[in-house]
Design a protein around this ligand. Structure first.
Ligand SMILES: Cc1cc2nc3c(=O)[nH]c(=O)nc-3n(C[C@H](O)[C@H](O)[C@H](O)COP(=O)(O)O)c2cc1C
Length: 363
């Protein structure tokens, strides 16, 4: 029923991608469970070292012989004035004091080496490589394709999708503004690029000739059917899998997700220096007075790491990043395989009901 050119080329049963979610949620257990259930599990490897990626790939392979994907962040090299960094260090010391951790720590490294990460993906011949926050060089895209890796980019506007297609990607994730986590935006400013999934997907579909994967606020069979109706070949669901037992999200984070609502999130740069959607926390509210003075990604991300880690240790979600989309009332703690199966069953049921109503022909 949901077979498409994309499911055939990827050799997956269902057009359901479990979103790559960097920072711990996408454990090998989660990825393998989704891939074994007929979807496509994806590792969010943006923050992992080359060796950690290799280990994770080996663990995924031990648990499934089905296809899976690995996702990276396209790197940026921002420069930030010493003054901005010093001011932020001072401000963050307030939270360090609250959490009882050392003041003004040395920041070791802002981000992992993209080149080394790419090298592992090439050596391991991963079935799918996806990326966000930009476009990698032609060398990287062509090297992946030469190894038989299927390449997917992320767009938040039609112009970004057109650029990605021209760069040679084979499918595009259309990330609507409902989506949890970091915005993949790379051309214009964030406010202009916050386009809802319902508006974004059909406009991207109309302007590219490669498959489009809808992302943002898709939580069940209704979201899947709606996305297919908009022209998408598959959906990418992140928030829906976050509270599953296989997800590596912190217990306090999972509990927040299970009780949060559609109006519980906001978009913030406070944790990482890059816009991302998450459940509103005390830290996000406090940091609003620093808007415009937050060091760019990945500097701010490195600067808040010790605070986020200490908060996680102390089970204090108010200083952790709780990335999540707007579909929060639809989150449940079912197993990853159940979420895939329920989404498909729900979608099939909807199609039958629409057929009975004479709206679609289910033949
Ligand atoms: C916790 C979390 C982490 C995320 N990390 C990544 C990531 O590493 N790479 C990426 O391309 N997208 C990432 N995303 C965005 C997802 O790919 C996807 O766009 C989003 O989850 C879809 O919206 P939804 O959360 O409403 O399903 C993340 C999303 C969440 C919720």
């Amino acid at each position: 029923m949901f077979e498409s050119e994309l499911t055939r080329v990827l050799n997956i049963r269902y057009p359901i991608f479990q979103a790559p979610m960097a920072g711990g949620p996408t454990t090998p257990d989660l990825i393998a469970a989704v891939s074994n259930a007929g979807g496509l599990g994806n590792l969010g490897a943006g923050y992992l070292t080359a060796q950690q990626i290799r280990t994770a790939i080996q663990e995924i392979r031990q648990q499934t012989d089905q296809p899976y994907g690995v996702n990276l962040f396209v790197p940026e090299q921002p420069t930030e004035s010493d003054e901005t960094i010093a001011q932020m260090t001072n401000h963050l010391n307030f939270y360090r004091q609250k959490l009882g951790i050392p003041q003004s720590p040395m920041i070791q490294k802002s981000s992992e080496s993209f080149e080394e990460q790419v090298q592992v993906l090439l050596e391991e011949r991963v079935p799918v490589f996806s990326f966000t926050m930009g476009i990698p060089s032609q060398d990287v895209i062509q090297a992946m394709k030469k190894r038989g890796t299927f390449v997917i980019g992320t767009a938040t506007t039609v112009d970004e999708a057109i650029r990605l297609e021209a760069a040679g990607v084979e499918a595009i994730v259309a990330q609507g503004s409902e989506a949890g986590g970091h915005r993949g935006t790379f051309l214009k400013d964030i406010p202009q690029s916050l386009v809802g999934t319902m508006a974004l997907v059909p406009q991207i579909v109309d302007h590219v000739s490669i498959p489009v994967i809808a992302a943002g606020g898709i939580m069940d069979g209704r979201g899947l059917i709606a996305s297919v109706a908009l022209g998408a070949s598959a959906v990418q669901m992140g928030t829906a899998f976050l509270a599953s037992p296989e997800s590596g999200a912190h217990e306090a984070y999972k509990q927040k997700l299970l009780t949060a609502h559609e109006d519980s999130t906001d978009i913030t740069q406070a944790y990482s220096g890059k816009a991302a959607r998450g459940v509103l926390t005390t830290f996000m509210t406090d940091m609003q007075c620093y808007t415009g003075k937050i060091p760019a990604y990945p500097i701010q991300n490195a600067m808040t790491r010790d605070i986020r880690q200490a908060a996680a240790k102390a089970n204090n979600p108010e200083y952790m990043s709780l990335w999540a989309g707007q579909g929060l009332r639809l989150v449940n703690d079912h197993s990853a395989a159940a979420i895939v199966q329920e989404t498909i069953a729900h979608a099939n049921d909807l199609i039958q009901r629409l057929a009975i109503a004479g709206i679609v022909d289910d033949e």
